[in-house]
Design a protein around this ligand. Structure first.
Ligand SMILES: [Zn+2]
Ligand SMILES: [Zn+2]
Length: 408
């Protein structure tokens, strides 16, 4: 027997899997994948399952009604056996972009943590160690916030651009999905990349993140005159140039100072901003202003590089046995679905409309604590210890977030 809240969640999740079995997205070669499920009531992960086909999988979902459904990015000879005996055949290339890895100013308004040891409560990103007692165990609440998801989308678009323009993947080989919670998944399925080992995947990660870029190898040269990359150079050269342009365009004196530039250089940049920006039409700003030498440019370029790199969760891409959420299944923390976003529509994609599936009915709940948020066209909250009647999707989001309880 579960609580009324978990009974309600299970009832609704069951209804979804009963009526949407044809929507469940089968991965390619489902019989070679390992499946994993998080069980709603038992709160445990059931792994190492295999299915002959998608029909067997959907009837399993209808029967068991898990809170989360995963499959392996890897292909195995025998997915049900223990890890070492599965017979790894290869894995898709996957990227995870999660707001947890992107510093956003709004995290302080919607995320909080409680130390499991001393009970101190803090706002924003969870610290490594508790400032009160030094322990490392926290109860966290993060939120699928609109601004955070917008930043995650920006990172996703940068990643897609790198994969297509620099790696040469075809747009139709890349699948982008909203994860159902705080980010996006990008997945590349192509025969040649399947057998890449961890080291090879690490190389791809380093490229995407822009790790170890040595400017000397990317066109910045201090000969008689200082030269550097230009905007339409290919690969990282062009990215560095475009990032540097963007940084110069937007940077405030404070940001330039934070980049490690001395006051005099900051003043020079602000004074010659127009000349510096105009210079991109020709050979770039390198060497156009006397005061700015190769060391200053290195500092500026470093920030340009950061602007252009894609903030991915690097661990996910290098893990060749990773379990990833299955398309069109529910996310146990939100009751939204993981949904594929056609590459052309990503700019207009709205996770708070497009990933909502419980569009009927209402439920009465007691909300303990929730920030202001939007779902569909309506804005809800903030709530604090109050009884409210809400549309099913909204009530479910709060229940899954453990921010509310059902009244029956
Ligand atoms: Zn503590
Ligand atoms: Zn946010």
């Amino acid at each position: 027997m579960g609580s009324p809240s978990s009974d309600f969640i299970k009832e609704k999740f069951a209804e979804y899997y009963r009526t949407h079995s044809s929507a469940i997205r089968s991965p390619s070669s489902p019989e070679k994948r390992e499946f994993g499920f998080f069980l709603l009531k038992e709160r445990i992960m059931l792994r190492h399952k295999a299915f002959r086909n998608v029909d067997d999988l959907t009837s399993f979902l209808e029967k068991v009604v898990p809170s989360d459904v995963y499959y392996s990015s890897a292909y195995y000879e025998d997915p049900e056996r223990e890890m070492e005996k599965k017979g790894w055949l290869g894995a898709d290339l996957i990227f995870d972009i999660d707001a947890d890895h992107i510093p956003t100013p709004c995290t302080k308004t919607h995320d909080r943590w409680i130390c499991a040891n001393c009970g101190i409560i803090g706002r924003g990103l969870t610290p490594q160690n508790c400032p009160g007692c030094g322990e490392r165990k926290f109860d966290e609440r993060t939120w699928p916030c609109e601004k955070c998801l917008e930043s995650a989308k920006t990172e996703t678009i940068k990643l897609m651009d790198i994969l297509i323009r620099d790696f040469g993947f075809l747009p139709e080989e890349i699948r982008v999905s909203f994860s159902g919670h705080r980010g996006y998944h990008v997945q590349v399925e192509r025969e040649e990349i399947r057998t890449l080992n961890q080291m090879a995947r690490k190389e791809i990660v380093d490229y995407v993140v822009g790790i170890g870029l040595e400017m000397g190898f990317h066109g910045l040269r201090d000969a008689t005159i200082l030269t550097g990359p230009i905007l339409d150079d290919s690969g990282w050269r062009g990215r560095i140039a475009r990032g540097t342009y963007e940084f110069l365009l937007k940077a405030t004196p404070e940001e330039l100072k934070r980049a490690g530039l001395k006051k005099k250089r900051v003043d020079t940049i602000i004074k010659y901003k127009k000349e510096l920006l105009d210079s991109w039409k020709k050979g770039g700003p390198w060497g156009t202003v006397k005061d700015l030498g190769v060391d200053s440019w290195r500092k500026i370029v470093e920030h340009g590089t950061k602007i252009q790199s894609a903030r991915i969760d690097t661990v996910v891409t290098t893990d060749i046995h990773r379990l990833i959420r299955l398309g069109n299944t529910l996310h146990g923390k939100t009751a939204l679905i993981k949904i594929e976003v056609p590459a052309k529509e990503i700019e207009d994609f709205d996770p708070f409309t497009d990933a909502v599936v419980f569009n009927k009915g209402k439920a009465e709940v007691i909300v303990s604590d929730a920030p202001k948020f939007r779902l569909g066209d309506e804005v809800y909250g903030p709530y604090k210890e109050e009884k409210v009647e809400l549309p099913t999707a909204v009530a479910l989001l709060l229940l899954c977030k453990k921010a509310a309880k059902v009244i029956r």
